[in-house]
Design a protein around this ligand. Structure first.
Ligand code: GLA
Length: 387
């Protein structure tokens, strides 16, 4: 974080006004794949990699954004906010600023430098990290006294309304309501949350990055959202009282499956079986049965590969290598898929050997060494006091 503050001073210069530093985590999702926009339960965990913010208040109404990770700067006046998105990284914080400025009283201008240690586009939710983090920074800087839910809503609206991504609610909730040492249980039908403890001393969460980044992943994601909507439009009328696809009983799918287009039937089967698996995973976690929890993760990956069709060979290779390595309890792709990362639950005692085996097997098949690392859990966005 010190280096980040130095980068801020290199860009914006030094002054007597102190620079304040903030951190906002990324997330992995352990269970509940592609359930958020179907109203199902999800189990994400914030990770100890994320976005760094260094900010300094100004005496005028100017705002300057810069990044140590990406080129391009943005400068504007708080009384004349840019209206159009630019298709650049700063659309995310600008979207949050626009939402808050429309509803609240803005105070001073500021200089803000973004950075961090979260791979972008890897399915670890760098966008929710930057959006919820920006809401937190502005809340602190302008003393808005927002509730956590208001910061999460501002982040969600910024992505949906300004950046134009039709994302589900999981990612900003995972960042905004994170608690260290716990998985978040979020019911996406009513937005209710619980924190479920994970025994970090015995089991660890590792993340293996396939290195695959898909430019067109957003289009494929939106297509899955549309297919799930179609599944609900076809099945909903046979399930009285169902408000979202998650509410449709599995028996109803079984009865009407043959009448659905085969692709839609596969998508619906994934969603309904994943809901059941996520409830089993919850019970297993509460009972301290990490082997059973891990088995649900591996079953989820099979379903993501065969029924939801969002995996790629690199992710399958990492999952296959993981589940056959010593001490691994379960593995699956995390995030939307189409590339990005695999999340692996493993016993800490055997983790070094397991991680080396996974990297070796991937290198044998794809000719490059993937990063496979332990990620710790984390709490939500916060100010870092520089000592
Ligand atoms: C992406 C979306 C999330 C969620 C996951 C799939 O990460 O941003 O809202 O739908 O995919 O579980």
């Amino acid at each position: 974080m010190r280096e980040h503050v130095s980068a801020f001073e290199d860009t914006f210069g030094e002054s007597a006004v102190p620079v304040r530093a903030f951190f906002s985590p990324g997330r992995v999702n352990l269970m509940g794949a592609h359930l958020d926009y179907n109203g199902g339960p999800v189990m994400p965990m914030a990770i100890d990699r994320g976005t760094f913010f260094a900010v300094r208040a100004r005496s005028d109404r100017r705002v300057r954004f810069s990044s140590s990770l990406e080129p391009g700067e943005l400068e504007f006046d708080l009384d004349r906010l840019p209206r159009e998105r630019a298709g650049r990284w700063f659309d995310y914080p600008l979207g949050v600023l626009r939402i808050l400025a429309a509803e609240r009283r803005t105070a001073c201008g500021f200089d803000l430098m973004f950075g961090g240690n979260l791979p972008v586009g890897a399915g670890l939710s760098s966008s929710a990290s930057i959006c919820v983090g920006t809401a937190f920074v502005l809340d602190t800087l302008w003393a808005l006294e927002l509730a956590p839910r208001q910061r999460v809503d501002a982040a969600l609206r910024a992505e949906r309304e300004f950046v134009g991504v039709h994302c589900g609610i999981m990612d900003p909730f995972a960042v905004g309501f994170a608690r260290n040492g716990a998985l978040l249980w979020l019911d996406c039908k009513d937005g209710s949350i619980e924190h479920l403890p994970l025994d970090h001393a015995a089991v660890g969460v590792a993340v293996a990055d396939s290195g695959v980044r898909r430019e067109l992943a957003q289009g494929a994601f939106n297509q899955r959202v549309a297919e799930a909507q179609e599944a609900f439009a076809l099945l909903g009328p046979h399930a009285p009282g169902a408000q979202v696809l998650r509410d449709v009983p599995l028996e109803v799918l079984q009865r009407f499956e043959h009448r659905l287009p085969p692709v839609i039937a596969r998508r619906a089967r994934h969603v309904l079986e994943e809901v059941a698996r996520t409830f089993i995973a919850r019970e297993a976690l509460l009972a301290g049965d990490s082997a059973r929890f891990g088995a649900q993760m591996s079953a989820a990956h099979r379903s993501l590969r065969e029924l939801y069709e969002v995996s790629v060979p690199e992710l399958d290779c990492l999952v296959d290598a993981a589940v056959s390595a010593p001490g691994v309890l379960g593995a699956r792709l995390t995030g939307a898929g189409f590339g990005g990362c695999v999340v692996i639950l493993m016993q800490r005692a055997q983790s070094e050997r397991a991680m080396a085996r996974i990297a070796d097997e991937f290198a044998r098949q794809f000719g490059r060494i993937p990063s496979v690392r332990f990620f710790g859990g984390d709490s939500g966005p916060r100010e870092i006091v520089l000592g």
